[in-house]
Design a protein around this ligand. Structure first.
Ligand code: NI
Length: 493
């Protein structure tokens, strides 16, 4: 006899406990002539009081199996309540990262709707993670299995309302590292098997006042490496009784006939226990971040590279794990190619700032193209690649400049005026005062006083919750267009 426990494991029933079990007999089911035997199945109506999100999290983490995984977290106040989120991106899997982002944004927007808003990253600034158990939301998305060409992700939302009502919802998705596609758990099963699974879900959640899950609802089905299906449903909690999950296990020999082609492929990958095969990430300098979810800002440094101050800045950025953007002059890259290469090799983005810092609005189209082209050539000679965006000196543009530069133009939304004050006590508070999520900050890595203020500035921004990213990361999802001028990341709406 197969039965169910709160954490997906098999547990020996004591006599007392057994009396509390509801026995649901799902004798057999017939699908197009094939028999799918999914019973009898026992349900534990009482489960552990450990919040369900923690149970899910406590499962064997697969994160360590995936080299290019990077952990993210967020603490925000949305719709008047605290939200805590933790999730994992996998470089080289843009489809999976996009699925995670849309799940997160969907959940965050739903919370913000309580106060008639949409979620904004500013809601995650200056917010400490809630420590006490109380009203709020916990979002968790982590890999639970990974083998060969399959990564299995579990996404869980745990809500507690001010009146004490709590709920847990979860779904499992299957990413194919070969095609990059992300599949819903329902895709594991033959379509004919789905109605029966929904019946089983209803029976499992039989003690819940929640309605029968409809067939369009995302399912939380984990296919394990033995071919068993673990189906998790949640019960709403009230008062001091927290929401809890129940998991039904359909053993392998009975689940086999329910699996469709995709399900059988996933099973063979999981059975192989092979190292995860991932496509190479797009670029070493580029890590996925979604600046609609987390508050981001881009620190930019112009007019270098400088042989004395730029290496000192690189050391600070490395220590603080910041990816920045350097708008280099062609003439300085040509004079200091090793420094330019260090900047690029450290994973920072490099933009074109013309060859000689000319005011482009004073030049003919041919003169503009000459300034840009010579800078492209000397930066490429130094770093191995030509910039894909530029910043006009003084931010000066006109229609002729925009037409002639042949690159997107990236100006700024926060002007530090570091070159004017030459004093961290002046420019750091100015930046901290003016910065908002999506901002681009202009500074200059040729001044010792600018370098002297960076540890203070970066520490303050990170403690507020800012992710300091480079320009391509800041604009991820909103590609930069040649001839257009940008000052900050556009808002989502
Ligand atoms: Ni400049």
């Amino acid at each position: 006899m197969r039965w169910i426990s709160s954490n997906g494991g098999r547990r020996r029933a004591t006599g007392l406990r057994a009396t509390a079990l509801a026995l649901v007999s799902v004798a057999a089911l017939t699908c197009g002539g094939d028999r799918i035997n999914v019973g009898p199945v026992k349900i534990t109506p009482e489960t552990s009081n450990v919040p369900a999100a923690l149970q899910v999290h406590a499962q064997v983490p697969a994160q360590g199996m995936i080299r290019s995984a990077h952990a993210m977290s967020l603490a925000a106040r949305v719709g008047g309540l605290p939200v805590k989120a933790s999730w994992t991106y996998i470089d080289g899997m843009p489809g999976l990262n996009a699925q995670l982002d849309s799940w997160l944004l969907g959940a965050l927007d739903a919370k913000a709707a309580a106060s008639g808003e949409r979620y904004r990253p500013a809601m995650a600034l200056n917010t400490r993670p809630a420590t006490a158990i109380g009203p709020g939301t916990t979002l968790t998305a982590e890999p639970v299995a990974a083998s060969g060409r399959v990564i299995v992700f579990r996404e869980t939302e745990n809500d507690t309302l001010p009146n004490g009502t709590s709920s847990v919802t979860s779904q499992t998705v299957y990413a194919d590292t070969n095609t990059g596609q992300v599949h819903r758990a329902a895709d594991l099963l033959r379509p004919e098997a789905l109605p029966r699974i929904h019946t089983l879900l209803f029976n499992t959640a039989g003690h819940s006042p929640k309605p029968l899950p409809n067939e369009a609802a995302p399912l939380d089905i984990v296919l394990d490496d033995q071919g068993a299906l673990r189906i998790t449903t949640a019960q709403t909690g009230t008062g001091n009784r927290p929401a809890r999950t129940a998991t039904a296990t359909i053993p392998a020999q009975e689940a086999e006939s329910a699996l469709g082609e995709f399900g059988r492929n996933v099973l063979s990958q999981l059975r192989s226990h092979a190292p995860v095969e991932l496509p190479p990430a797009a670029s070493q300098a580029f890590r996925h971040v979604n600046c609609d979810v987390v508050p981001c800002a881009a620190l930019t440094y112009d007019d270098g590279p400088d042989p004395r101050s730029t290496p000192r800045l690189l050391a600070i950025l490395r220590e603080k794990k910041v990816s920045a953007t350097f708008f280099m002059l062609g003439i300085r890259a040509a004079a200091n190619p090793a420094i330019a290469r260090q900047v690029s090799n450290a994973g920072h983005a490099v933009g074109n700032h013309t060859y000689s810092h000319a005011n482009l609005t004073m030049l003919s189209a041919a003169g503009i193209m000459n300034e840009i082209g010579r800078a492209q050539a000397s930066i490429q000679a130094a770093t191995g690649s030509a910039p894909t965006f530029m910043r006009p000196p003084y931010g000066a543009t006109n229609a002729i400049v925009r037409q002639a530069v042949g690159l997107p133009l990236v100006n700024w939304s926060v002007d530090s005026l570091d070159w004017l004050s030459r004093d961290p006590k002046v420019f750091v508070p100015k930046v901290l005062q003016e910065i908002t999520p999506g901002a681009i900050v202009i500074m200059h890595d040729i001044h010792a006083t600018t370098i002297a203020g960076q540890t203070w500035l970066i520490t303050a921004l990170q403690s507020q919750g800012y992710h300091l990213v480079n320009v391509p990361e800041l604009f991820e999802g909103t590609p930069l267009v040649t001839g257009q001028t940008y000052r900050s990341r556009p808002q989502r709406w």
